[in-house]
Design a protein around this ligand. Structure first.
Ligand SMILES: C[C@H](O)[C@H](O)[C@H]1CNC2=NC(N)=NC(=O)C2=N1
Length: 100
């Protein structure tokens, strides 16, 4: 299998600029974070499944902590050791699914 090239870590100024356009997200070069609260636990599981399809499309996957009806998401490009453009793209797609 051919490895997919991963983009480099974003410089801090570019990350800060990107985060100002993603008001539901916060974080730093180690990861960007957002919580998504659903009406109940089954809806939260269903939301995670919807995200799973987006993640597979991008071949980029969120770190997820599911607590009752809230998904706590952290996006980081593990292979790059920090936040990259891929995390921003996944964040935008998650926001399109769950505008908050
Ligand atoms: C082979 C495959 O492209 C890699 O393992 C991908 C899969 N999804 C991933 N997701 C995230 N968040 N970071 C990665 O480094 C990563 N690597």
């Amino acid at each position: 299998m051919t490895a997919v090239p991963r983009p480099p870590r974003l410089p801090p100024d570019e990350l800060a600029a990107a985060l100002s356009g993603l008001p539901l997200w916060s974080g730093d070069g180690e990861g960007i974070r957002r919580s998504v609260e659903l009406p109940d636990f089954p809806d939260a599981v269903a939301a995670l499944v919807r995200m799973a399809f987006v993640a597979e499309q991008l071949d980029h996957h969120p770190d997820v902590d599911l607590r009752w009806r809230t998904l706590h998401l952290t996006l980081v490009t593990h292979s790059a050791g920090g936040v990259t453009e891929l995390d921003l793209e996944l964040a935008r797609r998650i926001d399109a699914l769950f505008p908050g």
